[in-house]
Ligand binder design. Structure first.
Ligand code: PPS
Length: 565
C-alpha cells in the first residue's frame, strides 16, 4: 500500500535560505550544467532519496561496481558533480561551494567532502554496459562531462525556476499529498519520453486495470535521448490525450529528470524515483530507457533485460512492476493487444518510431489506428516535412582545396531556386567577423568551429540554409557541430578531398610556400593535422571536376535527401 508520510527534502526554511544566500554569495561558485540542474532538483525535493547530495568517492565506486551505495542500499546510477580540472584545482574537501543556475541564481550550497578523477571507461562499461560512444550517456561522459568529480551533501536554498507548464510540475511530496487528498491508495506510474499514441494509451489502461490502481502519467521533461521530440511539443500532445482518459482516474505530472538511457539500471532507478513520488506500481515495457544501437549496429540491451533486472530488485525498490510486452494493432479486431497474445493468422500492424519520424519528415499519412488526430496535428506543427525545414551544408577540406569556390557556387544555385534564406559562413569571412581574435592552435580552431556550428544551428532552427566552409580539421569537433545541428534539420558534410600536394601546387594564396619556409606555424597539412572525414554525405574531387560540377553534385545529394520537396 501507499506510503503517505512526506519524504525528506534537502531544503532549509525560507528564512534560513535568505540568510544563507547572502553568505553563499561570497563562496566559490559552480555554474551548473542543464543536466546537473535536473539532478539537483531531484536531490533537493527527495526524488533521489536516500541521496543527500552528489555522490562521494566511496559511494560512487560502490554504485559503479555493485549498484549500491557504500552502506549497501540499492542505487543504480552515479549522480555526480562533474567539473573542469581548472575549477577542481580551486576546491579542497572541507570547502563549501555555491551551486548556481544558468542565470546565476544560487540554488544550493554543497559541502565538498570528496574530489577525485574517475575512471570513465570503467563507469561506461559497468553502468552503461560498454565504453561505446554510440551510447548517448557514454558520449556525454567522455565529451561533455568534466574530468573531475566533486561529492558532498547539498543544502537546498530554492527550487530551480521553471517558466513552462508550472501547473503540471509536482515535487514528490506534492504528488503524495495529491494522492492522499484524492484517496488514491494504489497508483501505477507510466514513464515516457515520447508522445503518447493509441498503443500507449491502451497499455496504460490495461496496466491500471490489472493493478486495480489509479494512473499517473509521469513523462520526463528534463533531458531525454538526443533527437527526441522536444518536451514542449510532447506536453501539448499529452494534454490532448489526457482528455481520452476517464476523468478523476488519471493524473499527469512532469518529471524534471535527466535520463541516461541506461536500460536495466535505469529501470531500477526510475522505480526508486516513482516510489519516492508515492507510487505503488510501475510499468516497464519493451526496451525500457533503451539507447538504440551500438557502434556495431546491435542493440545495447536485450528487449526485456530491464524487466528482468527490475524483477530481481523489486522488493528492495518497494514498488511493484507491471511488465508489458510491446502493444500491436490487430487489424481484424480493430484493437490493440500485447504482442504475446496474438492469435495465429491475425494481421498485425505497427509503426516504429523511426517510421513515424520518416512520415512526419516526408509529410506522409499517419493513420488513425496509430494515433489521435490532435497528437498528429501537434507533431506536424513542430516537425514540418524536410522540404520546409532548414539545413546546413558543412564543407571541410585543406586550405586552398576549393571549399570557398564550391560553396559560393552552391549558394548561388540555392538562391536561384529560392524559398529559403541562404547564409554563407566562409572560413576567411568568419575569421574576420566572428573569430578575429583567434589563432590556429587546436583550442582556437575548436572554438572557431563551434561558433560557426552555433550560428549554423540557429539558422537551421529558423528554417534557413547555412553553408559553412572552414577547414575544420578535427573529427570530434565536426561531430559536435553535427549533433548541434541535427536537432533542427539536416547536416550535410561535404569533404573537398583535394590532396595536400595539389593544394600546394596551386598555392592560390601563397600560404603553402610561407608554411614550408616556417613563416606560418601550425599550418594544416604541413605542420598541423587534418583528419579527413570517414563517411561524409558527399566527397568531391577537384582535379578533374569543375567547381560548378562539384556544387551540382551537392545539389543532387540535397535533392535525394528530400530537402527540396
Ligand atoms: S579552422 O582550422 O577551421 O579554424 O581554419 P579556418 O578558420 O577555416 O581557416 C581560415 C583561413 O585561414 C588561413 N590560415 C590558415 N589555415 C590553416 N592553418 C594555418 N596555420 C593558417 N593560417 C592562416 C587559410 O587561408 C584558411 O583559409 P582557406 O579558405 O581554408 O584557404
Amino acid at each position: 500500500m501507499m506510503n503517505t508520510t512526506p519524504i525528506p527534502e534537502l531544503y532549509v526554511s525560507p528564512e534560513s535560505a535568505a540568510k544563507l544566500k547572502t553568505e553563499a554569495a561570497r563562496l566559490l561558485s559552480h555554474d551548473l550544467t542543464h543536466r546537473q540542474i535536473c539532478d539537483l532538483e531531484l536531490l533537493m525535493n527527495g526524488g533521489f532519496s536516500p541521496l543527500k547530495g552528489f555522490l562521494g568517492e566511496a559511494d560512487y565506486n560502490s554504485v559503479v561496481e555493485h549498484m549500491r551505495l557504500a552502506d549497501g542500499s540499492l542505487w543504480p546510477m552515479p549522480v555526480t558533480l562533474d567539473v573542469t580540472e581548472g575549477f577542481a584545482a580551486k576546491v579542497e574537501p572541507g570547502q563549501d561551494i555555491a551551486l548556481r543556475d544558468a542565470e546565476g541564481v544560487i540554488l544550493a550550497i554543497m559541502s565538498v567532502t570528496d574530489k577525485w578523477t574517475p575512471d570513465k571507461a570503467r563507469e561506461a562499461k559497468n553502468v552503461f554496459g560498454a565504453d561505446d560512444l554510440a551510447h548517448p550517456a557514454v558520449n556525454y561522459l567522455h565529451h561533455t562531462a568534466g574530468k573531475v568529480y566533486l561529492g558532498g551533501p547539498v543544502t537546498g536554498l530554492q527550487q530551480p525556476v521553471h517558466y513552462d507548464f508550472k501547473g503540471r510540475r509536482d515535487t514528490p511530496n506534492e504528488l503524495r499529498a495529491y494522492f492522499r487528498k484524492m484517496g488514491w491508495r494504489k497508483v501505477v506510474a507510466f514513464q515516457t519520453r515520447n508522445p503518447l499514441h493509441r498503443a500507449h494509451q491502451e497499455l496504460t489502461f490495461r496496466a491500471a486495470k490489472e493493478a486495480q490502481a489509479n494512473l499517473l502519467i509521469h513523462p520526463v521533461v528534463g533531458m531525454t535521448k538526443p533527437g527526441d521530440v522536444d518536451h514542449f511539443t510532447r506536453v501539448r500532445c499529452y494534454e490532448a490525450v489526457l482528455d481520452k482518459y476517464p476523468p478523476a482516474t488519471t493524473h499527469m505530472s512532469l518529471l524534471n529528470l535527466a535520463m541516461r538511457m541506461a536500460g536495466p539500471r535505469e529501470a531500477v532507478w526510475h522505480g526508486l524515483i516513482r516510489k519516492n513520488h508515492g507510487c505503488t506500481h510501475f510499468i516497464v515495457g519493451r526496451d525500457h530507457a533503451g539507447p538504440g544501437k551500438n557502434s556495431q549496429g546491435k542493440d545495447f540491451y536485450g528487449p526485456y533485460d530491464a524487466q528482468e533486472m527490475f524483477q530481481k530488485h523489486q522488493d528492495e525498490i518497494g514498488i511493484e512492476m507491471v511488465p508489458f510486452k510491446q502493444m500491436v494493432y490487430v487489424q481484424e479486431r480493430a484493437q490493440y493487444f500485447p504482442a504475446d497474445e496474438i492469435e495465429e493468422g491475425m494481421t498485425v500492424l505497427d509503426i516504429s518510431g523511426t517510421e513515424l519520424r520518416r512520415r512526419l519528415r516526408e509529410g506522409l499519412e499517419i493513420p488513425d489506428w496509430f494515433s489521435f488526430p490532435e497528437v498528429v496535428t501537434e507533431l506536424r506543427r513542430t516537425s514540418p516535412p524536410r522540404s520546409r525545414q532548414g539545413f546546413t551544408v558543412f564543407f571541410t577540406g585543406l586550405s586552398g582545396s576549393g571549399k570557398s569556390t564550391i560553396a559560393n557556387a552552391l549558394m548561388v544555385k540555392l538562391m536561384e531556386m529560392g524559398g529559403r534564406p541562404v547564409t554563407l559562413l566562409d572560413g576567411d569571412v568568419v575569421r574576420k567577423h566572428l573569430s578575429s581574435e583567434l589563432g590556429f592552435s587546436k583550442e582556437h580552431r575548436d572554438i572557431n568551429i563551434k561558433r560557426i556550428g552555433y550560428v549554423a544551428s540557429e539558422i537551421t532552427k529558423n528554417g534557413g540554409i547555412a553553408i559553412c566552409a572552414p577547414i575544420a580539421p578535427y573529427t570530434a569537433t565536426r561531430r559536435a557541430v553535427r549533433e548541434m545541428i541535427e536537432q533542427y534539420g539536416a547536416f550535410v558534410e561535404v569533404h573537398v578531398a583535394t590532396s595536400v600536394e595539389e593544394c600546394e601546387r596551386r598555392d592560390r594564396k601563397g600560404l603553402y610556400k610561407l608554411a614550408r619556409e616556417g613563416k606560418i606555424k601550425e599550418f594544416t597539412g604541413i605542420s598541423d593535422p587534418y583528419e579527413a572525414p570517414e563517411k561524409p554525405e558527399v566527397r568531391v574531387e577537384t582535379v578533374s571536376v569543375t567547381p560548378d560540377d562539384c556544387a551540382h553534385q551537392v545539389m543532387l545529394k540535397l535533392e535525394s535527401l528530400g530537402l527540396f520537396g
